[in-house]
Design a protein around this ligand. Structure first.
Ligand SMILES: [Zn+2]
Ligand SMILES: [Zn+2]
Length: 467
């Protein structure tokens, strides 16, 4: 990297719609001609041009830095102040790495979806949530810190700068110096340099580039009138100075000759930012249906699902009310498309692996609720369809558990109900209680393991391959 170079970290392309006039190809040609190691894109509130920018930069052998000049609401990005002026400040964000790029995408998306009011806006709370991998520069005269300085409120400016430093980290926040020959900028720069020293943050020089050559100024000015709906002759309209062009390293070094650190830091940031975007690989969502079918096939439960589908289908056709599905089966999209459940697992973020986990296969369990009065018809259908001798009703056993066994034993030994109940309640208390009960009735232990009764699991049937 040439040590006497410079990196533009604040630059508007034609995607700063009707505000910037820079085309990517010409920009990269110029950046390569100037032997600049890197160049940034920071369009107003959007990332529309970043892929084209990235690819053209790579083609030209210049490192692309993806960024955005975001709008930051003074309060919440959901507030709607009455005027454009009160609704947002400018702030420059740069992606240092892939995490930062993803965060930038999220922030800009949130700005458009939730924060749009005159412009797509974020707020500091959002930035704090998504600050990882991002480098922030304090921005132009319309930035929060510079606005406070221009209002002669240095204390507030310092406070804002401290806030940004705390959100982004001292290494990732820089005060941004601009100099287009404007008095306001000189005043801001003096204060910014002091603030940077006081807060222990760095400073960077930038040119808020809006057009490529000085000679493009007039054409850009006409475009600006189109964008703002003004006449060129209008004296009161927004004007840009001819200085906002893509200056060479030598020109930038000349402008900021009193701030060599601010020039050097552009190269440092240029070096720090490293982002590899991957192209040519399809990133369509993986379709879950195919995945589920694969797992069902692999684990051998396709027939099971089809049998369940079959009798539910029968019940529905016969107008027998069927529940919408519950339990783990609600996590399966196959169950949903078959009509076994009426719940779309994607909509509710339900997990298929709770139903059937390919790494820990245990038979899936589909709970189906049929209308109690007509449940028999479904059972009969299953018997008929799969064969009387190929369908077994599932039996469950109620076991004699400690408490009830004491009562049962007490009863047959002729204890009073009160005594038996009292002893049974002491079962939980301590081992002594158990010991006591066992001493009084040696049969207890054996009885506890015995099956007490057969409980009908009224609607559970298990079809089988062979009788
Ligand atoms: Zn700005
Ligand atoms: Zn700008």
């Amino acid at each position: 990297m040439p040590r006497d170079s410079f990196v533009h970290l604040h630059l508007h392309t034609e995607y700063s719609l009707l505000d910037g006039s820079i085309r990517m190809k010409e920009l990269m040609k110029k950046a390569a001609e100037f032997e600049m190691p890197a160049v940034a894109i920071t369009d107003h509130g959007n990332l529309f041009g970043v892929i084209e920018f990235y690819q053209e930069a790579q083609r030209a052998g210049v490192k692309p830095i993806i960024g955005c000049e975001v709008y930051v609401a003074p309060g919440s990005h959901k507030d709607r102040p009455p005027s454009r002026r009160e609704s947002a400040y400018h702030f420059t964000l740069l992606a240092e790495n892939e995490i930062g790029y993803r965060n930038l995408v999220k922030l800009v998306t949130a700005a458009h979806l939730d924060g749009f009011h005159y412009a797509p806006r974020i707020d500091k709370a959002l930035l704090a949530e998504r600050s990882a991998g991002l480098i922030g520069l304090s921005g132009c005269l319309a930035g929060e810190i510079n606005s406070a300085i221009q209002a002669n409120n240095i204390e507030k400016a310092k406070q804002s700068a401290a806030e940004y430093r705390d959100i982004l980290g001292a290494e990732n926040f820089f005060v941004e110096l601009h100099d287009h020959g404007m008095e306001e900028q000189k005043m801001c720069n003096t204060a910014l340099v002091q603030i940077a020293r006081d807060l222990g943050v760095g400073m960077v020089a930038a040119n808020d580039v809006h057009f490529l050559r000085r000679s493009d100024h007039q054409a850009h000015d006409v475009m600006l009138c189109i964008g703002t709906g003004k006449m060129v002759q209008d004296e009161t309209r927004l004007h840009y100075l001819p200085e906002l062009y893509f200056k060479s390293p030598a020109e930038m070094r000349q402008v900021f000759r009193d701030f060599p650190e601010a020039i050097k830091n552009t190269l440092t940031i240029g070096d720090r930012c490293r982002l590899d975007l991957e192209f040519g690989r399809s990133k369509y969502p993986q379709y879950r249906l195919e995945y589920e079918l694969g797992v069902l096939e692999k684990t051998g439960f396709v027939s099971y699902l089809l049998i369940v589908w079959d009798f539910i289908h029968f019940a529905k056709e016969k107008g027998i009310p069927v529940g919408p599905g519950r339990g783990s089966a609600a996590g399966s999209i196959v169950a949903y498309v078959l009509g076994i459940t009426d719940i779309d697992p994607l909509q509710y973020g339900l997990i298929f692996e709770r139903f059937l986990n390919p790494d820990r296969v245990s038979p899936p369990d589909i709970d189906v609720d049929f209308c109690e009065a007509r449940r028999g018809e479904v059972l009969e259908y299953v018997r008929q369809k799969y064969g009387e001798r190929r369908v077994a009703q599932i039996i469950t056993f109620g076991k004699l558990k400690a408490k009830s066994v004491v009562r049962d034993v007490g009863r047959v030994l002729g204890w009073s109900y009160r005594d038996a109940d009292r002893i049974s309640h002491r079962q939980d208390d301590s081992q002594r209680a158990e010991h006591y009960a066992r001493c009084r009735c040696g049969k207890k232990r054996r009885a506890e393991t015995g099956s007490r009764q057969r409980a009908g699991y009224t609607a559970a049937l298990r079809p089988c391959e062979s009788p």
